[in-house]
Design a binder for this molecule. Structure first.
Ligand SMILES: *Cc1c(COP(=O)(O)O)cnc(C)c1O
Length: 320
């Protein structure tokens, strides 16, 4: 499945020309970057002749939804298992994403945050005892060894952006997006290393601190290019001033940005990823007095979270 998502201009944010790449409109399971990434995991599972998909993520995880739904849509779909840790306060919540995961018939294995590797290992053992060949998306039980696979998604997306920019005759000066695990940003940077380009790629962190996330991106790139290409640390930029206290935490300004973007541009953002990153981008631009530039924001999806957090009963409960 190869799709191209639109890049459209958006208005209402001042001095620069803003564009948004609507990866939230990928035509499968509410879209988002995790649809592109999950597709790469399935391609890799098939290439390795494995037949039992094991995903990992919290109840809010968009990746879990994409994995469970791609699995259920496949003609000869094998089993799909999702290992899901509780929130840091130990609570397991229900979300629109976890609802879809269940709807797709995935087996959910709840665990505490400190039991992830044991749980992944025991699910893999169980699949093997059943005669199946398990594929864990992140590699080994500790989550290492598969870094290069998800990066392919945004290497391809970077190429897509370049072809669209050429067609529209726009040179993007900046590409902003929400960065979480780093799979998306590492892919974009690798894409730029492969295909060229001068866009400044800025990941707005939604939870991790700058030094940690930049080091993760560096090692993902190093793994991908297996030391064939020198990695320029200058191309790795993570902004962590807008984390707001951690994963899933947000403030009133983020809620206002989400409302404004819906009202003026008809684009839904969410408070965990895209709304937080969009607000962070606007602050970044203001602080650095950036003007008259072409700025692309990648909408990485998460539409189910829009309904959980903004329309739901928790709308004004700022959480953290
Ligand atoms: C996962 C996610 C991100 C972050 O992408 P990473 O590749 O994990 O850095 C951003 N936006 C949305 C909506 C996501 O689900």
């Amino acid at each position: 499945m190869e799709w191209m998502t639109p890049i459209t201009p958006i208005q209402g944010y001042g001095e620069n020309s803003f564009y948004i790449k609507r990866d939230d409109l990928l035509p499968f399971s509410f879209g988002g970057n995790k649809v592109r990434i999950a597709q790469e995991f399935f391609l890799d599972m098939d290439a390795q002749n494995k037949n039992c998909m094991i995903g990992y993520g919290s109840a809010k995880s968009n990746l879990n939804r994409a994995i469970a739904n791609i699995n259920s849509s496949r003609e000869s779909s094998g089993e799909c298992h999702i290992v899901s840790p509780a929130d840091s306060n130990g609570v397991q919540i229900e979300t629109s994403n976890s609802f879809i995961v269940s709807l797709c018939g995935a087996h959910i294995h709840l665990c505490n945050k400190n039991e992830v590797s044991e749980t992944v290992q025991s699910v893999m053992d169980m699949c093997r005892a059943d005669g199946k060949k398990p594929y864990y998306i992140y590699g080994d039980q500790y989550g290492h060894g598969n870094e290069a696979v998800p990066m392919r998604a945004y290497i391809k997306a970077f190429k897509e952006i370049q072809s669209q920019a050429l067609e529209k005759n726009i040179e993007f000066d900046y590409i902003f997006h929400a960065t979480g695990t780093g799979m998306t940003q590492a892919g974009l940077i690798a894409g730029q290393m492969i295909y060229g380009g001068h866009e400044k790629i800025v990941g707005i962190s939604i939870s991790r601190n700058k030094e940690f996330q930049e080091q993760i991106l560096y090692s993902m790139l190093e793994t991908y290019f297996s030391k064939d290409k020198p990695i320029d640390r200058g191309t790795i930029e993570v902004e962590d001033s807008f984390v707001c206290g951690g994963y899933g935490c947000y403030n009133r300004e983020i809620v206002e940005t989400i409302k404004k973007t819906m009202l003026i541009n008809g684009v839904p953002l969410d408070s965990t990823y895209t709304g937080k990153a969009f607000w962070g981008m606007l602050q970044y631009i203001k602080k650095r007095k950036i003007s008259k530039k072409n700025i692309l924001f990648i909408h990485t999806g998460g539409t189910p979270l829009f309904f959980d957090n903004i329309c739901g009963e928790k709308a004004w409960n700022l959480g953290c």
